[in-house]
Design a protein around this ligand. Structure first.
Ligand code: PLP
Length: 393
């Protein structure tokens, strides 16, 4: 297959070759089950899991006891939200989240409303994508048990003010969960570990393997809320039954280690390239940037092109440029992006929006090519749009 331009790093990333090298022995010679305590195959695997967990804890400045491995962020999100639901259900519990969350939070919340009788408040965002802190405060009820607000948005890169959110719920016996899937490797995580009681990460967003992630639980109080989604075998202190994914954990640890080393240099470079890309795209007539006025991830921009058929645009681009119109998990949806809709962007513009997400293998040459490709395709789409001609009359 001819190598295509890839600007969809928020959807997923390729495994770093160093990650693959680190994992390989645990897929072959060192294939043991870390729970096999009676022979060296098990001991070697157990040692690898333990030293990887230490590496992750060290990179994040947390304790190994704060970590539960999962298959990714979606599982960690389900585990947190459903644990709250199980623990507090008898009290008619209430959760506050936000309309621009990832579908993993929104769909799990909807499930709990439907089947578990939990009440959920969905906060609005302003046109820049930020929640309003007064609205958060006003939404708190005596029965509120959890606030679930993501750190960085996957479609726009908008970063929510976690410290302020934590300040508002402090001393109210409300826990804070923040989905930091898109933050890892892109911005420092101090705010997350200072502010959130729970957070989650996914290895495949940071050049690690797919099907691997973790849930962070701040302290014993938070841990007491947690319930296992998966029973069987008692692995991971009975928080997640099932054979421990040794190569996945080794690969995740390597990707975390690399991401923390590369953070500053990589992100200064990415921010410069992202700005170059955004400038070039905004040079196209009637194009608009979404979420640019809020603090945002250095690798992401989201641009709407007026008078363009979004589906046609994506189809046209697909031969030259790997890009998406929002979350990969929601790519087949026939509705406009729920994130852009919440930011009060009308359906036409929301449908004609593209998310550009850069990664460590993106070059300046890629950016210049991408601008040309998008410009050409937007012009092509507009040529067949009668409204584009009429707008001049
Ligand atoms: N949360 C956010 C913000 C994401 O971007 C994603 C992935 O797209 C997820 C959660 C789900 O992560 P995973 O693929 O690890 O289940």
């Amino acid at each position: 297959m001819e190598k295509k331009l890839y600007l969809d790093y928020n959807a997923t990333t390729p495994c770093d070759p160093k990650v693959v090298d680190a994992m390989m022995p645990y897929l072959s010679d060192n294939f043991g089950n870390p729970s096999s305590i009676h022979h060296p195959f098990g001991w070697i695997a157990k040692e690898a899991v333990e030293s990887s967990t230490h590496k992750i804890a060290q990179a994040f400045g947390i304790s190994v006891d704060n970590i539960t491995y999962t298959s990714g962020s979606t599982e960690a999100i389900n585990m947190v939200l459903k644990s709250f639901c199980q623990k507090y259900k008898p009290n008619g519990s209430h959760i506050i989240t936000c309309k621009t969350e990832h579908k993993a939070v929104l769909d799990t919340s909807a499930f709990m409303e439907k089947y578990e009788g939990v009440t959920v408040s969905y906060l609005d965002v302003d046109t820049s994508g930020l929640i309003n802190l007064d609205e958060l405060e006003a939404a708190i009820r005596p029965e509120t048990i959890l606030v679930s607000i993501m750190y960085a948005n996957n479609e726009t890169g908008v970063i929510q003010p976690l410290k302020d959110i934590a300040r508002i719920i402090k001393n109210k016996k409300i826990f804070l969960f923040s989905d930091a899937t898109q933050a890892l490797g892109k911005i420092p995580l101090d705010q997350i570990f200072e502010s959130a009681d729970f957070t989650c990460f996914s290895a495949h967003k940071v050049y690690g393997p797919k099907g691997m992630g973790m849930l962070y639980c701040k302290n014993i109080e938070a841990m007491n809320v947690l319930r296992s989604l998966i029973q069987g075998g008692g692995q991971q202190k009975a928080f997640r039954g099932g054979t421990i994914n040794t190569p996945g954990i080794v690969g995740f640890a390597k990707s975390v280690e690399l991401s923390q080393h590369e953070l500053l240099d990589k992100n200064n470079r990415l921010e410069r390239l992202r700005d170059l890309l955004e400038e070039g795209l905004l040079d196209i007539e009637l194009s608009f940037s979404n979420g640019y006025s809020a603090p945002r991830l250095p690798n992401t921009c989201n641009i709407s092109f007026a008078f363009v058929n979004g589906a046609g645009l994506l189809r046209g681009l697909s031969k030259d440029l790997a890009i998406s119109n929002g979350s990969a998990c929601n790519a087949s949806s026939e509705n406009p992006s729920h994130v852009l809709t919440a930011m009060q962007i009308g359906p036409d513009l929301a449908f004609s929006s593209l998310r550009f997400s850069l990664g460590k293998y993106t070059s300046e040459d890629d950016i210049n090519k991408a601008i040309k490709i998008v410009r050409r395709e937007v012009n092509l789409q507009r040529e067949t749009n009668i409204l584009w001609e009429r707008r001049k009359v």
